[in-house]
Design a binder for this molecule. Sequence first.
Ligand code: NAP
Length: 328
Amino acid sequence: MAGKLMHAVQYLCYGGGAAGLKHVEVPVPAPSNGEILLKLEATSLNPIDWKIQKGMLRPLLPRKFPFIPATDVAGEVVDVGPGVENFEPGDKVVAMLSLAGGGLSEYGVVNEKLTVPRPPEVSAADAAGLPVAGLTAHMALTQTAGIKLDKNGPQKNILVTAASGGVGHYAVQLAKLGNTHVTATCGARNIDLVKSLGADEVLDYKTPEGAALKSPSGKKYDAVIHCAAAFPWSVFEPNLSEYGKVIDITPGASAFWTFAVKKLTFSGKRLVPLLLIPKSENLKYLVELVKEGKLKTIIDSKYPLSKAEEAWAKSIDGHATGKIIVEP
Ligand SMILES: NC(=O)c1ccc[n+]([C@@H]2O[C@H](COP(=O)([O-])OP(=O)(O)OC[C@H]3O[C@@H](n4cnc5c(N)ncnc54)[C@H](OP(=O)(O)O)[C@@H]3O)[C@@H](O)[C@H]2O)c1
């Protein structure tokens, strides 16, 4: 591939939104030690991608400009670097690129450690939805909320907010693999969809009951997988069971404050900020669930790479139902 050029979409500085994305021809990257070069078939967007562009992770990310964003990809192995043991050219895989990005392009380099095989039953688009959104839902439920996804374990009442979004739609389905009663919030247009994903009861977030996060059946939540924007603690508090946890995947300053106060006062009810730590064994597990038909990726929309800025604008808009996919 040395010297070959590829189509990629990058930005040159912080800010600018969709208009800040530029289509360029750049050299195909070469895989180094432990890395794999993929011909990309699908890339999914996550809000973190445009948040990095906005400068919300400044000065950590991006590490340098110009920057090719997006991390969640599915594709075919075309070359492997030294030391790669488990993959060879021709293998279909799903992978998570490092936060150095590279997903909005025709080819991308991934680390073998965050790459898993993709069986033929799982489409590239369905697989590309999984890394950030699926792994976050999985981590929140299994690691933080302590749900066993084999129905073994005590019954727990779970609330998933923004259940129509990328993380939320996986969280509802995964939660129902455990011994759970799931309440979910979403907009009126997605109530039937979220019910079809397995939610036992669904609240329209624009109604007074939805805004108050009140379970229609009067359940108190043992865990809230909080995927919507910030809510004051006073909204969560009356809805939690004695040892109920709010797992906040978009924690701001007030969430960290609540986390500290609840910990220092030995409160039974807690707020837990969550940051994804991706693990390949969990990604493999999610791919297997999709293969078995136990988990599905709801696809909001698909865009060719030539229209990546439309996909970007859709993600910034914040009203996707499921995942936004870009296809090189
Ligand atoms: N901590 C981590 O490691 C981590 C990992 C992944 C994601 N995140 C963060 O988690 C958040 C969610 O990510 P995502 O990918 O799921 O986002 P997303 O797909 O963009 O979420 C969009 C969905 O949220 C719904 N929604 C918006 N506000 C709502 C509300 N108040 N109540 C109920 N539903 C609401 C929208 O419904 P309508 O269209 O009907 O409004 C839409 O369907 C983002 O802030 C993201 O950055 C953090």
